[in-house]
Every structure is written in C-alpha cells, then in structure tokens.
Design a binder for this molecule. Structure first.
Ligand code: HEM
Length: 244
C-alpha cells in the first residue's frame, strides 16, 4: 500500500485527518518495543517527579499539626486543578503499569525456556527483573495507601479518620506497628524500583561514556536513597514519639 503524507490527508479531509494520522503514528510507535520503552521512560519520569514532590510535601509533618494540615487543605482548595492533576497522574500511572505488563509478556513469549545456567548477558537484565517484582508490590502499596489516607480513610483504635486533620491521620496510622512496618518495607521496595527505573531511563537516552555512566548511576542511587530515607523517617518519627 502506498504511504500517505500529511498533504494527502489535507486534500482529502482537513483537519480531522491530521488528528487520525497523528493517532495512527502514535499507535504504530506504541506497538514497537522501542515505543513501549519510551512510554515507560516518560511516564516513569512523571511519576518520579510526583514522588519527589509528595515526599517534600510530607516532610512538612515536622512543622507540626497546623502547618501540615494547612498544607493539605491548600492542596484541596486547588479544586478543579487538583482533579486535573489527579486525572493526569492516573492516566500516566495506568499507562506505566499496562505497558510494563505488555513488555513483561513480550519478554516471556520471546524466551519460553527458563535458563538452567544464566549466560553472562542475562546479568544485564537483572535491573528489569527487579522492576517486575517491585512494580506489582508498589501497586499493592499504592492501593493500600490510597485506602488508608485518601478514600475511604482508615483509622485505628478509637480514632476517627478526618479529611481536615491529615496530621492526626498520619500519627494514628503510624502508631500501629504493622502499619509503620508496612510503610518502611514499601519505601525500601520503592527505593529499588526508583534506582533501577532511573538507571534504565538513563540507558534508554543513550548514556554511553563509562565515567559519565558511573556518575549518572551514582546520582540515580543518591536520589532514590534520599527519597527513601526521607519517607522512612516519617513512620519512624511517629514510632519514636518525635511526631505525635
Ligand atoms: C512514608 C511515606 C508516605 C507518607 C507519610 C504519605 C502520606 C500521604 C498522605 C497523608 C496522603 C493524604 C493527603 C491528604 O489527604 O491531603 C497521601 C496521599 C497520596 N499518596 Fe502518599 N505518602 C507516602 C508515600 C507515598 C508514595 C511512595 C506514593 C507513591 C508511590 C504515594 C502516593 C500517594 C498518592 C497517589 C496520594 C493521593 C493524592 C491525592 O489525594 O491527590 N505516597 N500520602
């Protein structure tokens, strides 16, 4: 079949045809392995940005109940903008998860026999293997986390979840040993996922120089570690009574 150009479409049915052609091109690219990896990298970058922003927001818990609750209320006051950001994040998150499953399936189909002795080149896929167990665990964590702090909101002992007292919700949740342990373990899983995610993103954009490579790897490691440590301090601060 002869290839069609933008001009052909323009002469036939402008401008809806431009949109259709653009959609066709996006879908054709998405159906390739490179296209899927690009989607993983881009959506991963957006989610990474969210995790950094969320972590900085959460650290305001150290300012005390009033500033932290004011910060949470300020976010809710954004109204339509907040819902637009939530919707965008949800689309990005779903794309990231669905594309990850598709890539995992394609890899499995391409290699139906399991290795008895792993050849050396398989070591390089270690990072992507960790992504496929840390990914589903993080998905479970996010589902629990949303149920805990957002909707319907969980409360322990005789405390009642309150959308106005987010500080109280955090202190109440992390006062329960299994909840704080779950969060601490999940943040470690997040660290592994972020580190390998950042690393494979850097490889996708073609960082090849060995010295630079090492620097980027260290930067990815440091950023993932900083987020994990900062997040873990919050349940620990509640457990040790520094935040109460
Ligand atoms: C110890 C670490 C964390 C703490 C203390 C924490 C705390 C919170 C709190 C208190 C809320 C509710 C905010 C409100 O009602 O205004 C919330 C919402 C949320 N958290 Fe976290 N979080 C942590 C880690 C994470 C991580 C690692 C992720 C993602 C991988 C995440 C994703 C979300 C999402 C998607 C929401 C919903 C935001 C919204 O309602 O628009 N959180 N978090």
């Amino acid at each position: 079949m002869a290839r069609r150009s933008m001009l052909d479409y323009d002469l036939e049915h402008p401008p809806a045809s431009y949109l259709r052609l653009a959609m066709e091109k996006v879908l054709t690219l998405y159906n390739t392995s490179i296209g899927k990896k690009a989607v993983m990298a881009l959506t991963g970058l957006v989610l990474f940005g969210f995790v950094i922003g969320h972590c900085l927001g959460n650290l305001q818990v150290y300012l005390g109940p009033n500033p932290f609750n004011k910060y949470a209320a300020g976010l809710k006051e954004l109204g339509a903008l907040l819902w637009a950001v939530r919707g965008g994040l949800l689309i990005v998150f779903v794309l990231h998860v669905v594309t990850a499953f598709q890539l995992a399936l394609a890899t499995r189909r391409a290699r139906p026999e399991r290795y008895k002795v792993k050849p050396p080149e398989v070591a390089s896929t270690y990072a992507s293997q960790t992504m496929f167990w840390t990914g589903p665990l993080l998905l479970l964590f996010v589902l629990y986390h949303l149920a805990h702090f957002t909707y319907p909101g969980l409360a322990f002992a005789d405390y009642r979840h309150s959308t106005h007292n987010v500080y109280g919700n955090v202190v109440n949740g992390f006062s329960v040993p299994w909840v704080s342990s779950l969060y601490i373990a999940s943040q470690m899983v997040l660290g592994v996922h972020l580190y390998h995610g950042a690393w494979s993103l850097l490889q996708s954009v073609g960082i090849s120089n060995t010295l630079k490579n090492e620097r980027w790897r260290s930067a990815a490691q440091a950023l993932a570690l900083a987020i994990v440590v900062a997040n873990i301090t919050i349940p620990l601060a509640v457990v040790f009574g520094l935040v109460r």
